[in-house]
Design a protein around this ligand. Structure first.
Ligand SMILES: [Zn+2]
Length: 70
């Protein structure tokens, strides 16, 4: 699951992402979506990055707009 992400897109979305320390271990490990907690499978995408205890983690979510979907 290596997909290039435009820097501008990640920066704009990072404002609405939950704080890293409030995520579950599965979300922190890119197993579940950081927004809706559903399992990502092969449909994940990087929403942004978070700094935690000196490390940079990538936050993964469903394909575009999972939280806005009906
Ligand atoms: Zn989701």
């Amino acid at each position: 699951m290596t997909r290039a992400l435009p820097a501008a897109e990640g920066a704009s979305l990072s404002e609405v992402l939950p704080p890293f320390d409030q995520l579950s271990p599965r979300q922190q490990s890119a197993i579940d979506c950081v927004l809706c907690t559903r399992r990502l499978g092969m449909n994940g995408r990087v929403l942004g990055e978070a700094r935690h205890r000196g490390f940079v983690f990538r936050l993964w979510g469903c394909t575009p707009g999972c939280r806005a979907a009906p």
